[in-house]
Design a protein around this ligand. Structure first.
Ligand code: ADP
Length: 442
């Protein structure tokens, strides 16, 4: 404001001087000359006033240049205002571009499947993406500025952060022990840290399953191999009678068959896992398919059971014929193996109200205690290990069946009562079933 007052004072002074000089020279000069001097001085005073007004407008605008447009004034002040406004616009554009870049950068980190946490030099959270918030049970807004070790208290993580050796990630249990996290720290800038987190629960579970699977397979193969090695040693070291030799050979043959069956089942599983979903447009006649499985089961039972086939109204199933046949054959083979002589085994095809269908294998066999039902389709899970092995089981049959039915979009349901029998039901979706017209009408 001082500069404006100074200018106004200068203008007033100019007017005063003009008046004074007019009075002094009025007597000395002639009236015309005095008038010229006075006029010049008045013009200077007017110019100073106008100039001050324009500068005032500019200064007013500069107090908050983003609130209004630059003043449109002529002359130097106008040029100045225009130049300043242009500079401000350029700076604003640069700022907007930087902001947009930062926004894109943060949304890229936000989209990362890994958790990202930024810590300042005091290990306080400066930014956290939603995945990291989930991993560490943090609130991205509320917990900003908090010391991370006050919120993530897992001892392994706190020690890792404090030790400062960040070459390898640290693995520890997530909040409430429901997940397993792998966390890696990367220092950057001046004491700042980038914390990357990954949920490895599934990977750990898959690793454990793989280890269990290899251990199970090794065990299953080692047992018959040990038996075979024992028999070979016996045969090579002891003089055996013909009867003994025959017995040993029969037992060796049984063990070999067992290993062959195991390898065949393992290959089937590997094939199922590695092949595409069965086609939905290749149709197979239900009565023919069940008829073949039934005939094989009759041969396997060798007259020890009554086997009944009820193909209902008939129809067609879309998918892989060999897989479907293998699933039904596995269920029938189990029914034969776990049903004492004289028992009854039924194979049924049923239309479901939703347009799908059930393939049911029911038996009057030994049954299964309730607590085993949920785990029955796990690989190598057996209720009675010795019965399974004695009857040539590998412990893989039901897991193969489950795999097949799931690949066809269906599910497996098991109902059983010890001593009374069991029913295994393959539930197929409508998409893969066509019922015969007569069955639909009925
Ligand atoms: P396995 O080769 O041992 O038969 P499966 O995976 O086919 O392997 O079956 C797993 C277990 O389920 C069997 O060991 C057996 O204890 C039980 N099981 C399967 N089917 C029947 C059945 N029809 N009746 C009684 N128990 C059964």
């Amino acid at each position: 404001m001082g500069w404006l007052i100074a200018r106004l004072l200068a203008a007033l002074l100019a007017v005063g001087v003009a008046a004074g000089l007019g009075a002094v020279f009025g007597g000395l000069l002639d009236a015309a000359a005095a008038g010229t001097v006075l006029g010049a001085l008045a013009a200077v005073a007017a110019l100073v006033l106008v100039d001050g007004g324009r500068a005032g407008k500019l200064m007013q605008w500069l107090r908050d240049p983003r609130a209004a447009a630059a003043p449109h004034t002529a002359g130097l002040w106008g040029e100045l205002a225009y130049g300043i406004a242009r500079g401000l616009r350029r700076d604003q554009a640069l700022l907007d571009a930087e902001r947009e870049r930062l926004r894109q950068f943060l949304s890229a980190i936000e989209a990362s499947p890994n958790g990202v946490l930024l810590l300042d030099g005091d290990e306080q959270i400066t930014w956290v993406n939603s995945v990291a918030a989930l991993h560490f049970a943090l609130d991205p807004q509320r917990d900003r500025g908090q010391r991370v070790t006050n919120l993530v208290r897992a001892p392994a993580f706190v020690q890792y952060l404090q030790a400062g050796h960040y070459a390898e990630p640290v693995v520890f249990s997530g909040p409430q022990g429901r997940s397993t996290l792998s966390v890696l720290v990367r220092p950057y800038g001046e004491g700042m840290k980038l914390v990357l987190s990954q949920d490895i629960t599934e990977r750990e579970r898959a690793d454990a399953m793989r280890r269990d699977f290899v251990a199970n397979v090794s065990h299953e193969i080692r047992t018959p191999l040990t038996v075979l090695a024992g028999f070979l040693e016996t045969m090579s070291q002891l003089p055996l009678t013909e009867v003994e030799r025959r017995r040993v050979l029969t037992l060796m043959e049984q063990q070999t068959t067992r290993m062959q069956q195991l390898v065949a089942d393992l290959l089937t599983l590997a094939q199922l896992e590695g092949s595409p979903v069965p086609p939905t447009d290749r149709w197979h006649d239900v009565a023919a398919l069940l008829g073949r499985a039934h005939a094989d089961a009759v041969a396997l039972s060798a007259g020890r059971h009554t086997l009944h086939l009820d193909a209902g109204g008939g129809g067609e199933i879309a998918g892989s014929e060999s897989e479907l046949l293998s699933a039904v054959a596995n269920l029938l083979s189990n029914a034969v193996r776990y049903t004492p002589e004289g028992g009854r085994i039924e194979l049924r095809w049923r239309r479901r109200a939703d347009g799908g269908a059930d393939i049911e294998v029911g038996d009057t066999g030994v049954g299964i205690p309730r607590e085993h039902l949920p785990r029955l389709t796990e690989r190598f899970y057996r209720v009675d290990g010795s019965r399974s092995r004695d009857t040539g089981g590998t412990g893989l049959g039901l897991s193969i069946v489950k795999h097949i039915v799931q690949r066809h979009g269906g599910t497996i349901e098991i109902a059983s009562e010890p001593g009374k029998g069991s029913t295994f039901r393959l539930v197929l979706p409508a998409l893969r079933v066509q019922h015969a017209a007569a069955a639909v009408a009925a």
